[in-house]
Each structure stands twice: as C-alpha cells, then as structure tokens.
Design a protein around this ligand. Structure first.
Ligand code: ADP
Ligand code: MG
Length: 477
C-alpha cells in the first residue's frame, strides 16, 4: 500500500532574555549546575513569580512576523505533572488563551516550489530543569539552571508531508526567530528544540492516522532522520497488521532509531487550570504598533520587494531573501552592477552553489560583493564572457584580493568580439569539419553548438559566444 506521512511540529524557542521568565536568575548558558536557580525556580514555598516583561515584545514580534493574531488578553496556566526536574510539580504555560494565535509561513522546497504552513498558536512557558544521568554511578543529578528559562512554543498544523518539508519548516522558523532577535537560535545549547508529531495514512484517505510524538530533537539532521525512521516504523507496523499506539518516543542518534518513552497523557491528566499567582497579560494596540514599527524587513516582504524592484522570479526572490546575509550580499552586488537579474543569477547559482548549503548558519562568502559586482560589470560591458567570469570567480574565491582589471589584462582574458579576428577562425573550423557543415545545411541545426564549441576551444574560451553563434549561422546559410 502507498502511505502518506503527516507531520506537525511543536518548536520550543528559547527567548533571548538576560533573566528567566518568572525570576531574576540568569539564563547564561554553561554555568555550574544549580548556580542559576533562584527560590522561585526551585519552587520554594512563600515566593511568587513575576513575569519578565522582556518576553512580551519577543512573542509579539514573532506573532506579527507570521501574520498571526496577537491576543489582547492571554492567560498563564498550570500544567501539573510530577517529574524530578520540575520541583514545583507544575509547569507554568499557556493553554486556552495563548499570546499568539494563527498565522502562517511560506517555506521554499526543492525546484522553486513553495508551500504555506499554517501555525496553530505560539504560547509562552517556562523550561524545566535537566536530569543528569551520566555523572554519578548510582544516582541521577538534577540541574535547575534551565528551570524557568523563557520559551515560546510554536505549534504548527499537521501540514507537512515529508521529513524534508518538516526540516524546511523548522529551518524557516529558526531563521525567522534569529533574524528577529527573538532567540539566539543556538541549537547545540538547546535554544531551539523540535517535537515532531508523525502519523501516516493510506494515500487518498481523509482521516488522519494515530500519531506518535518524537520529543526534543535538537538538530535538523536528527529531525530528518528521526521522522524518516518513524515513517518507516509505522509503515512496517501497519503493513504487518498491527496498530500504532499514541505515545511519546525518543530519537537515539547513535542508533538512528526512535524508542518508546511513555504512552501519551491526555490533556485531562495534566489538570490544567489558570495560574492563580499571575495576572492575565494585557497587550494594547499601541504596544503592538510600536513593535511593528521596530521590526526589520521580513524575508517574505524582502522577497516581494525583490520581485517588484528587480523583476526576479518568485523562486529566485525567495531563495535570496531567505537568509539576511545572502539578501544583503545580493543587494550590494546589484548596487554595483545595476542589474538585478544578472546579480540574482550569479548569487543564486555561483555563490550559493559554492557555499555548502547545509551550513547556512555560518555563512562566510570569501568574495566581497563589490568584487562580484565589478566582475558582472565586466560581463555587461562585454570585456569578458560568462565562462571566463566563472573561472575568475573560482580564483577570487581562493584569493579574493587582486585587482580585477589588471588580472584580466595580465592573463589576456578579454573577450574576443572583433569579427575581423573571429571570422578567419570560424572559416578554419568550417573547413576542418566539412561533414558537419554539410549535415547542418541539410537541416541538422543542432550542430550549431558543435561549431560554437570548436571556436570557443580555439580561443581558449574567450570568444563572445553569442557573436560566434551569429557569425557561424551567417557563414553556413
Ligand atoms: P497535544 O496538545 O497533545 O500536543 P495537539 O493537538 O496540540 O496535541 O497537536 C500537537 C501537534 O501534533 C501539532 O503540531 C499538530 O499539528 C500535530 N498533529 C495533530 N494530529 C496529528 C496527526 N494525526 N499526525 C501528525 N501530526 C498531528
Ligand atoms: Mg504536545
């Protein structure tokens, strides 16, 4: 049977604040265990939480960036459960009235296709502590430095249909929250973690299958592997006549598999109720307008502007606008060469192609945009052709400091577009290949490529290919 995977993600984003969501304790990563846990984080009796106002603008900025509704009133709730890393016996989160409701993002998939992913909600909550299992022989340690770290949990609709789509969505959220300064996005430090809900159904079915939830995945590669493993596992279970139990699973990267952790609690088990120690959060229009004013241009807006200002295709615009470093680089290049389409082509194909696409986080482009701009100017004014320009870019890539014009002169890379110089060459090539010339005259016009290729070879790639094309056609007709 053919199956369709269905995936929805819950992404926990650590909000970039100096202190915790309900206490003044520091959130700096890497401190000695339990040195950054105040009496509030420890859940001691007689202390009361106070909301760190720094979390509001971040949650609101995120909500605005995805076109969501910002709740004018939102409410904190208690989610009750027992776990050693949760000393209060409950987590403060938002259940019925989250701060961000709805919204959507546009993700780019392969081949320039884009897809809209709906977001259900995003709510504020506190992180739990951490159990430390590997440091003590016969006991488990508890580190409460993370307890009370502010999180925004972003819940998507089950709109993804493959592990690749889920990763594209997670990457987009990662890029967006870092771009907005909502989070530092540092995944190895736990600043962004994904829970992946996965189910499958027969293709054509309308009812969704039972899902499992893979908890706490903190790398894009693990996310893709975990989802793919889970899809295969569910297929195997269903195809052998079994059924999927709704449960929480953990991904083990060393064995590349997911394992059952616990069966899924229902919402009832958590006995949610409004947090009595905190007032509802009120946000007014003026506050929202103020944050909107301070927001940087968003990738989606940037892409629209690229389409309008530079006549790019939507797919090209999306690709270039996705990452602020690439977007700025592209615009700086356009500034020099005054040709949006040419610059877009070169940045997308030649620059992005040379960068390792998987390390988008640490992008360093060795060739300054000013140099790429100059190089494109030399193409535009016909000093060099595109092929030579690519070779020069290769050289610039490894040693970005030389004078382009001198380099072109010293290496005699100027394009040959003097027809007086080209014509004898072309005649020679036609004379050397009488059979092909005859076939061309009899209608095998595809052979034009062959002749142009021969002339290009004769000129070490320096001829103006368009002009050669025209001249060959003239001579053969
Ligand atoms: P819970 O509150 O138990 O976590 P939610 O209804 O809030 O459950 O859904 C959590 C996540 O699971 C959401 O991202 C949602 O899109 C996703 N989801 C819900 N049903 C399915 C399903 N059948 N298959 C895959 N994902 C699902
Ligand atoms: Mg959940």
């Amino acid at each position: 049977m053919k199956w369709e995977p269905i995936i929805g993600l819950e992404i926990h984003v650590q909000l970039q604040t100096k202190s915790k969501i309900f206490s003044g304790a520091s959130t700096v990563f890497g401190a000695e265990p339990n040195t950054q846990a105040s009496s509030i984080d420890l859940g001691l009796p007689g202390v009361l939480p106070v909301v760190n106002a720094e979390v509001y603008p971040r949650a609101v900025a995120f909500g605005l960036s995805i076109g969501a509704e910002i709740s004018r009133v939102s409410v904190f709730d208690r989610k009750n459960y027992f776990y050693p890393d949760l000393p209060k016996g409950y987590q403060i989160t938002q259940m019925d009235k989250p701060i961000v409701v709805g919204g959507s993002v546009q993700i780019s998939l392969e081949n320039g296709i884009s897809k809209e992913i709906q977001i259900t909600r995003a709510h504020l909550e506190e992180d739990a502590g951490k159990s430390v299992h590997d440091e003590f022989a016969s006991s488990t340690g508890i580190d409460l430095n993370r307890a009370g770290v502010p999180l925004l949990e972003i819940v998507s609709e089950p709109d993804m249909r493959s592990a690749k789509e889920a990763v594209a969505y997670a990457r987009y959220i990662h890029q967006l929250v870092t771009y907005l300064g909502v989070s530092d996005g540092n995944m190895s430090e736990g600043s962004l973690r994904c829970d992946a809900n996965v189910s499958i159904r027969p293709i054509g079915a309308t009812k969704m299958g039972t899902r499992t939830e893979i908890k706490n995945v903190n790398s894009f590669r693990f996310l893709e592997n975990a989802i793919n493993f889970e899809i295969s596992r569910q297929k195997a279970v269903l195809e052998s006549g079994g059924h999927i139990t709704q449960e929480t699973r953990l991904y083990d990267p060393t064995r590349d598999e997911t394992r059952s952790m616990r069966s899924k609690e229902t919402a009832m088990d958590y006995r949610y109720f409004p947090e009595p120690d905190l007032l509802p959060i009120s946000i007014d229009d003026e506050y929202i307008a103020d944050i909107r004013k301070k927001m940087p241009e968003l990738p989606r807006e940037k892409a629209e502007r690229f389409v309008n200002n530079y006549q790019l295709t939507k797919a090209d615009a999306d690709t270039l606008a996705f990452d602020p470093i690439i977007a700025d680089y592209f615009e700086a290049t356009v500034n020099i060469c005054q040709d949006g389409k040419l610059a877009a082509n070169w940045v997308r194909v030649e620059i992005l192609g040379r960068l390792n696409k998987d390390t988008l986080e640490e992008k360093i482009i060795p060739v300054p945009s000013t140099e790429l701009g100059k190089l494109l100017n030399r193409i535009k004014d016909q000093t060099i052709n595109g092929k030579i320009a690519k070779e020069i870019l290769d050289t610039l890539w490894s040693s970005p400091t030389f004078n382009l014009d001198e380099y072109i002169k010293d290496h005699e890379l100027e394009q040959l577009s003097n027809s007086n110089a080209l014509e004898p060459l072309i005649e020679e090539v036609l004379k050397q290949n009488p059979k092909q010339a005859e076939q061309f005259r009899q209608g095998k016009t595809k052979l034009i490529g062959f002749f142009v290729g021969q002339v290009m070879k004769e000129t070490s790639g320096k001829a103006n290919p368009q002009q050669v094309n025209e001249l060959v056609l003239k001579k053969l007709s």
